[in-house]
Design a protein around this ligand. Structure first.
Ligand SMILES: [Zn+2]
Length: 410
């Protein structure tokens, strides 16, 4: 059967290669800050595929470059994964890639297949095909495999965009979009609420103050708050979830001295980190308990030895539907895939919180696989998705360059 477009036709050539690369990536575990082996693998593959330059930045993210034109596009997929959780829940070995169904057209299973190693493998080959089909002389294309996204979304990409690469015109994220074009995700903050009591012997609790008891009305207020948060037609509602509870106690027969809860607060369009934090501080139960409310911070040393950190505050971002980046994405769907793509957004957070949320660089998403499989024991990516994604990634730079040169500066 003939492929529907020249891009799909040429992408077929890379079907065995991309499936092999995804298998190798899955077979090489890469928890956050333990990505070195995967970086080495990608450096080798990009070099073999004829990238113009391949290097690794100080924090450990790998960067391949093709071309040197004035229009700069960054393709970014993160190369770390979450852990495996309970192994007994897996039907397959998480780090032994298996293909469910036909060898050529089946679905590859394994940790990271959908998030985000499938996107990475397809970008690596898509950019190579872009070069093979005649790279646009007006474009510099960077293919980035960024580290530590699962632990602190945006941190590695922000560092790279600020210190290693010139400011790009557009960032394309390879997180799973089911081959559609995505243009935003909710931001988030991670919050700690701590109450202090007065510890004493549990045999005479009236001598002390139990800080856990003052959490009880506070937890009810948080649950109620979740029903009254902002709403946006595109991104949906803001949410808050209590994710952890703990207390500090000298023993199991003592009244604790402090008690803490942790919140995951997702911010929809129109909500911002500072306002969301203030709203929690203003809850009557938080005031009554005299509770401390603070943002959590992230600090981690990369496998390269560089240490970076930030507050766990991640900005909401949405690129308007009529933006040239989104429109070039949709045009690429027609050119490369002969298909009209849907426009959507991610339920979870991505590196876009840095590229667009923090730095204001227009960002879109396109990737193989369905996000419903991310972080699950059925983590998977169809091989057909990889081939279609190669075609799209190969066609996009020229499509974007066309829109860029015809658009008025904005
Ligand atoms: Zn991801």
């Amino acid at each position: 059967m003939r492929a529907a477009t020249p891009f799909l036709d040429r992408a077929e050539v890379h079907r065995p290669g991309v499936a092999e690369l995804l298998g190798d990536l899955i077979h090489t575990p890469s928890l956050s800050s333990e990505e070195e082996a995967v970086v080495n693998l990608l450096v080798e593959r990009m070099t073999t595929l004829g990238y113009d330059e391949v290097r690794v930045d100080g924090f450990g993210s790998v960067i391949g470059r093709i071309g040197s034109g004035p229009i700069k596009i960054v393709y970014d997929s993160h190369i770390d994964t979450v852990g495996v959780g309970s192994r007994s829940e897996w039907r397959t070995e998480p780090f032994e890639p298996v293909i469910d169904g036909d060898r050529q057209h089946g679905v590859m299973l394994g940790r990271g297949a959908s998030d985000d190693k499938g996107g990475m493998a397809a970008m690596v080959y898509g950019a190579a095909l872009y070069k093979q089909m005649g790279a646009d002389e007006n474009v510099t294309l960077y293919v980035v495999g960024s580290v530590q996204e699962e632990d602190c979304d945006g941190l590695a990409l922000e560092n790279l965009l600020l210190h290693t690469l010139p400011r790009p015109d557009l960032v394309v994220l390879g997180e799973a979009t089911n081959l559609d074009v995505f243009r935003g995700n909710r931001g988030r903050i991670e919050v700690l609420i701590r109450t202090r009591g007065s510890s004493c012997h549990a045999a005479a609790p009236e001598r002390g103050v139990n800080p856990v008891y003052s959490l009880s009305p506070l937890i009810a207020d948080i649950e109620d708050l979740n029903r009254h948060l902002g709403h946006d037609d595109f991104l949906g509602a803001g949410t808050v979830a209590l994710t952890k509870i703990e207390c500090e106690t000298p023993s199991l027969n003592a009244v604790p001295s402090t008690a803490s809860i942790y919140l995951d607060r997702r911010l929809t369009a129109g909500e911002d980190p500072a306002g969301a934090l203030d709203a929690i501080r203003d809850l009557p139960s938080v005031r009554a308990a005299g509770a401390e409310v603070s943002l959590l911070t992230y600090q981690r040393t990369s496998f390269t030895g560089m240490r970076l950190g930030q507050e766990k505050s991640f900005a909401t971002w949405v690129l308007p539907e009529d933006h040239m980046g989104v429109q070039a994405g949709l045009a690429t769907g027609l050119t490369a895939l002969d298909r009209k793509q849907e426009i959507g957004h991610w339920v979870f957070s991505t590196n876009g919180v840095a590229s667009m949320g923090k730095l204001g660089i227009p960002t879109i998403g396109f990737g193989p696989a369905n996000e419903i499989h991310a972080h699950t024991v059925a983590d998977q990516c169809p091989i057909d998705d990889l081939v279609q994604a190669i075609a799209w990634y190969a066609a996009f730079p020229a499509e974007y360059a066309r829109g860029h040169s015809s658009a008025s500066p904005r």
